[in-house]
Design a protein around this ligand. Structure first.
Ligand SMILES: [Ca+2]
Length: 172
C-alpha cells in the first residue's frame, strides 16, 4: 500500500507540474506515468466444469491472455471436472485497463482441443484476494460452465517508484 501511495504521489507531481504552468506556455512533454504492476496469480481449482469428452468427463487446462497475448498456460489435468491446479504465475502489467482473459480448454489427443468456457478478470476493480470466476460460452451465455477459483495480488513495482522519483528530480 505504501508503494502504491508513493507511485501515485510521484505521478501526481508529474501531472501537477504541467497543470500549474502559465496557460500561454508550451505544454511540457507529458512523461508517461511509470505505473507498472506485478500481478501474482494462483490458479487454484475448477468446480463443476463442462463435459467435453464422450466418456462423460474432460481434460481441462487454463490459458491466461492479456491484450490478446498468451501469458500463461496451466498443466492439463486428465479426466477431472473438479481439477486442482495450485499453479502460481507472476506477471508484469503496464496498465490495469486490459482485463485478464481466462479461457479453459479440454485437451484432446490428436484432435483440436474443445472450448470449456471463459471469463474476464477486471484488474481496475480488483478488490479481493480470492476470486471466483463464472465460466461462460459467449455463444451460449445462459449455460453454466462451472467456476474457477484464483488468488490474485496486485503490487505496484518498487523499482518504478524509484525511477519515477529519480526522473522527477531531473526536471529541476
Ligand atoms: Ca479430452
Amino acid at each position: 500500500a505504501r508503494n502504491g501511495y508513493l507511485l501515485n504521489y510521484a505521478c501526481n507531481i508529474y501531472y501537477g507540474i504541467n497543470i500549474v504552468g502559465p496557460s500561454n506556455a508550451e505544454p511540457l512533454p507529458q512523461p508517461p506515468c511509470p505505473a507498472m504492476y506485478q500481478l501474482d496469480i494462483v490458479l487454484k481449482k475448477g468446480k463443476n466444469l463442462a463435459i467435453r469428452d464422450r466418456t462423460g468427463t474432460s481434460d481441462p487446462y487454463v490459458k491466461f491472455k492479456i491484450a490478446g497475448k498468451e501469458v500463461f498456460r496451466s498443466k492439463t489435468i486428465h479426466k477431472n471436472l473438479n481439477p486442482v491446479w495450485d499453479e502460481r504465475v507472476s506477471l508484469l502489467v503496464e496498465t490495469l485497463r486490459e482485463p485478464l482473459y481466462v479461457k479453459v480448454f479440454d485437451y484432446d489427443f490428436g484432435l483440436q482441443d474443445d472450448f470449456m468456457g471463459s471469463a474476464y478478470l477486471y484488474l481496475e476493480s480488483l478488490e479481493t484476494l480470492d476470486v471466483t470466476l463464472d465460466l461462460k460460452d459467449p455463444q451460449y451465455p445462459d449455460n453454466n460452465l462451472g467456476t474457477l477459483e484464483l488468488a490474485v495480488t496486485l503490487t505496484p513495482k518498487e523499482g518504478d517508484v524509484r525511477d519515477a522519483v529519480r526522473n522527477l528530480f531531473k526536471l529541476f
